[in-house]
Design a protein around this ligand. Sequence first.
Ligand code: DGJ
Length: 703
Amino acid sequence: MIEVGGNGRLWLLSGVRSGYALRLTEDDELLHLHWGPRITVEDAQALAAEKIPAARGFESPLDGREEYPVEGGPRFTRPALSVRADGVRGTEWAFGGWEADPEELRLRFHDRLHHLALTLHYRMRAGSDVVERRVTLTHARTRARDGVPLELLRADSAAWSLPARDGWRLSHLHGRWGAESRLVRAALTPGEQLIGSRRGHTGHAHLPWIALDAGDAGEESGEVYGCALGWSGSWRIAVQSLPDGSVQAVGGAGHDDSGLLLLAPGDSWTTPVFAGLWTEGGFGAASRAWHAWQRRHIIPAAERHRPVLYNSWEATGFRVDERQQRELAVKAAALGVELFVVDDGWFGARTHDAAGLGDWTPNPDRFPGGLRPLADEVHRLGMEFGVWVEPEMVNPDSDLYRAHPDWAQHHEGRRRTEFRNQLVLNLARDDVRAHLWERLDSLLRGAPVDYLKWDFNRSFTDAGWPGDPYPRRLWTAHVEGVYGLLDRLRAAHPHVAVEACSGGGGRVDLAMAARTDQMWTSDNTDPVDRLAIQHGFSQLHPARIMAAWVTDSPNEQMNGRFSPLGFRFVSAMAGVLGVGGDLTRWSAAELDEARRWIERYKRIRPLVQGGDLYRLRPPGDGLTAVQYVRGDESAVLAWLPAQRYGEEPPPLRLCGLDPAARYTDLDRGGTHRGAVLTHRGLRTGLSGDLAADVFHLRRITGE
Ligand code: DGJ
């Protein structure tokens, strides 16, 4: 709901539990008023009428108070916008009007000198508390001869202002390949903290998400602010702790301030969304609100549950052929797998990682009849069929590169850096996108493919574009090119689902979540490491998109750890379950056990993929557990990495249940009183090392 007050110069957006208010001064400065629990327009007007202490010398009256701080004028905090034209930097805004529909408020401003129009967008969808912010910048001159191009050095999506507190604590996710999205939570000290990616993709080092609390929030209590950016290229979020105890966070596309794009007369650019959320109820409530919003508004067809998948990458690597994939498909189908995916190695001369990337036709020695015979067999076995692609890349040893060496990102006269023996194509180029569209479209028309795993296995290093008048735009235009291709493919092949992957979780963000059906969380499939990675991932994203595989023991890819099949399954059952082991080496007993775990997963799948998540105990040495609640049912997944001192692990105090109701344990029989489960807790009976189990509870109705 959007209300207006203050003689048409004050706005209040109200969500289910939160409110967000802003106002314009007589000098057309757009000031932040409130972000927190719901308030009325009268409250917001009273806040606007409060006298603000006069700024002393060396202090800016605007710092920390503006909705969209820009470069120029009496401002010393980090600007969200920096524009240059004809050697003049900075902007000065005149208010141009506003409009609102039930879910979005738009405020328009104009800079006379640069002829730059700015629209600030605020969207709050019905039933949600997430404020989705972005800005549109338009060169207001329409004829080239009437204006010079404007260089957007930096154009962030939003600035978020948080009130003064005695101290703030920042939570964010950090990592690297094989160790993504690990949660770190520490006091925010005066000054500024930056997270981001300088790699051309979202990156393994940080997910574009932050949470801020006053140091007193817990998993299920306290006030938490969160912000998340929907952008899959380089990005930056800057969190500034200001001298008065308030915080301002700005964020957007691009990793520094040295140029995003050039706006010619008539051009317009809309930034990615930077979403914000205020919640009470701790980090758990914040995550549940983010999850519900993504399932409802961001993730395509989120109400459809993701199938159990098989992928042989860890088992077979590049040694892929039709006979072996058929053998695996038969075994996978017998386990209850619903989607069979052929990973890297099916195309061109791709028998190792140094050749063939870019040549998207089946390797004739490995798939003599193309992909169709295998796809038909997989369908006959009752599964969907998927293939791996990495459209944005090329091996120098490929037909594509030999024909079009200029299609790779590069700087004239400089060495082309190869990571994993591959180069990045320049998807900002129309001809590259047209070629990829034709190849991918023919792939999907040439065989009955139901699923694409879209990988991206190296960062930008030589992001040059010889011949283009403003090559820096490649950093944003490449990303928009990927979005355009994905959107077009989805529109032309609506039955094809897409998995986002970037060497594991190197491209996990809200913009990819909006264009894909699930995400490959990490190449690390060790079930113990995964608990921490999944704990971090779940801070922002729901289990509905978090792909997890059960692979072989010992885990040869990562750490050589031996782990029981049950522990591996329960770890992967916390997301979209997949199997990635070499099934030809699994014993009959292991295959039978795997079949039973998959059956159990299917029974709790609606809860995992569509329910509310409660993180009962964080990962560590001791007992760790998550709980999903949906309607009358609940599922608890518990893991004990290592028992200590012969002690029984503590009972798990469950959440989201009715204390007055009784609950049946659907697997073991027996009933529990809701009050006992929430107060004393559920005794898991886990002991020893690497023990895990699932508890599926249903409320007894009609009592
Ligand atoms: C990286 C992915 O994360 C893996 O799952 C696999 O698809 C390989 N790439 C294939 O090259």
